[in-house]
Write a protein that binds this ligand. Structure first.
Ligand SMILES: Cc1cc2nc3c(=O)[nH]c(=O)nc-3n(C[C@H](O)[C@H](O)[C@H](O)COP(=O)(O)OP(=O)(O)OC[C@H]3O[C@@H](n4cnc5c(N)ncnc54)[C@H](O)[C@@H]3O)c2cc1C
Length: 443
């Protein structure tokens, strides 16, 4: 690994990839991922990606996003996301992404809290389709070095300026890597929960480091619970039953087979109703029936869900399936402005790691892929526009371990026991979430 790059991208989900593709192709870029290449939540997105399908839909798209977010959204960010959506979709298509079409026209699906169909999709594996195609484009770029199983364990910063990151390489070596700019695109926090639809290695590392280095955070206790994941007693990632299933007409049933909620209300409301029903019925789950979906072959519309449920012993064409809420998405994060700049110089953040205010207190379904792409692109364009500050590393970059520790106020022995280090970071995040929850409840 080189020690110095123009840009370091931490994460190779849609945010990291889209940023890479909008940086100058003669810049030296390092992209790292803690897991394997396909182990990002971007690969898991099922439902789809929102788009402004026509100018007529602007007001309604804006209002749906704000209402779902309890009007705590930053209006300028929502506007930017919606206004940029068609260009971003055009770019995805130019990168080879395919969305479902009929007679040459896009098909749009719908999810909870949307007042119209405005979601583009690819079967029920939209995220895989988008991320694979973006990664294929990144792989063509000779200027991008992509390293898997390589973990950012700390930021190298002083005087509110980020110079680089400390990396734990696959062989266990700790290496300082420097860059003019660094983008945190580390995804969400599902890995700190017992029940989550996220990959377990997504543990909010950027948040823990932000807390450590006094980087501004926002809404760290705004966590979205998805109402419908497949009930299981196994210790593993929870399998999501996409909201578009309900968007197409599936219904939720109590233990007696009676409907108890309007299935298309915002996620937080449906989740609360399910939890109340489970308590009332003394059950660990409620039922989801897809037999109410008419005029659609659900095995073709939802092939991935059909296959997974069959593996677990449920035939969605005949059986009701048991579903339960689980942690799913993180609306809060590292505070950023419209250009995705954090409160620290030379440090950007995008995707689920950041909070640019689009989602307010609750995300509208299928807005997150779009938000990740729009604001990761903004980060890259801002880095490209700001003249490279090449003088900033004029002094020697070859630190001894002692010099590195002194200059960046770190202790290299902190990262020796990785499990203890991860536990400490998780605890840091939980403490902050609890603190904010207490403030909100004014306890
Ligand atoms: C099951 C599921 C279904 C979803 N469905 C939809 C949907 O239909 N529509 C929609 O819009 N959104 C959906 N979402 C949400 C959406 O997928 C995510 O919000 C989005 O993909 C986040 O992208 P990202 O690039 O920010 O993060 P991710 O794609 O999660 O990528 C994070 C990257 O950061 C890396 N990383 C993390 N920590 C470190 C570290 N310390 N060092 C190095 N690398 C690190 C990870 O290895 C990974 O490469 C869904 C999410 C899930 C879990």
């Amino acid at each position: 690994m080189n020690k110095q790059y123009d840009v370091i991208l931490v994460g190779c989900g849609v945010a990291g990839c889209f940023a890479a593709l909008h940086l100058p192709d003669d810049w030296n870029i390092l992209m790292i991922t803690k897991g394997n290449i396909e182990e990002s939540d971007s690969f898991l997105a099922q439902g789809g990606i929102c788009v402004l399908k026509s100018e007529d839909d602007y007001d309604s798209f804006f209002e749906d996003t704000m209402r779902a977010g309890h009007y705590e959204n930053r209006k300028e960010s929502v506007d930017m996301m919606i206004r940029s959506s068609r260009t971003v979709i055009d770019e995805l298509v130019s990168f080879g992404v395919s969305f479902m079409q009929e007679d040459g026209q896009f098909l749009y699906t719908r999810e909870g809290a949307h007042s119209t169909n405005r979601i583009l999709y690819h079967d029920d594996i939209t995220g895989k389709e988008i991320t694979e195609k973006l990664l294929a484009q990144v792989n063509k770029r000779k200027n991008v070095t992509l390293l898997c199983r390589t973990e950012m364990v700390d930021l190298l910063c002083h005087d509110n300026t980020c110079d680089g990151i400390l990396v734990r390489e696959e062989n266990g070596n700790l290496t300082p890597v420097f860059a003019d700019n660094i983008l945190l695109a580390c995804g969400g926090i599902g890995g700190i929960y017992d029940n989550s639809t996220n990959f377990p290695h997504l543990t909010g590392d950027a948040l823990a480091l932000s807390l450590k280095h006094n980087i501004r955070l926002q809404n760290i206790n705004y966590v979205q619970i998805h109402p419908t994941t497949l009930y299981s007693t196994k210790k593993e990632r929870r399998f999501l039953i996409s909201e578009s299933v309900r968007g197409e007409g599936a219904v939720l049933l109590d233990k007696n087979g009676e409907r108890f909620v309007n299935e298309l209300l915002p996620r937080d409301v449906v989740t609360q109703e399910i939890l109340k029903q489970m308590e009332k019925d003394h059950t660990d789950f409620v039922w989801l029936s897809m037999q109410t979906i008419k005029d659609l072959d659900i095995t073709k519309r939802f092939p991935n869900i059909y296959k997974k449920c069959l593996e677990e012993g449920f035939d969605i064409t005949k059986d009701w399936i048991p579903v339960v809420p689980a942690q799913h998405y993180f609306m809060g994060g590292v505070y950023v402005d419209l250009k995705s700049k954090t409160s620290m110089e030379h440090l950007y953040a995008s995707g689920e790691t950041c909070c640019n205010g689009v989602h307010g207190a609750n995300r509208l379904a299928s807005n997150s892929l779009l938000e990740s792409l729009v604001f990761a692109k903004n980060a890259a364009l801002d880095m490209a526009a700001s003249k490279k500050d090449s003088g900033r590393f004029s002094s020697s970059l070859s630190f001894t371990e002692k010099e590195l520790e002194e200059h960046y106020h770190i202790d290299l022995s902190d990262y020796k026991d990785l499990d203890a280090f991860h536990d400490k970071n998780k605890q840091l995040i939980w403490n902050e979430i609890d603190k904010e929850n207490r403030k909100d409840k004014k306890i």
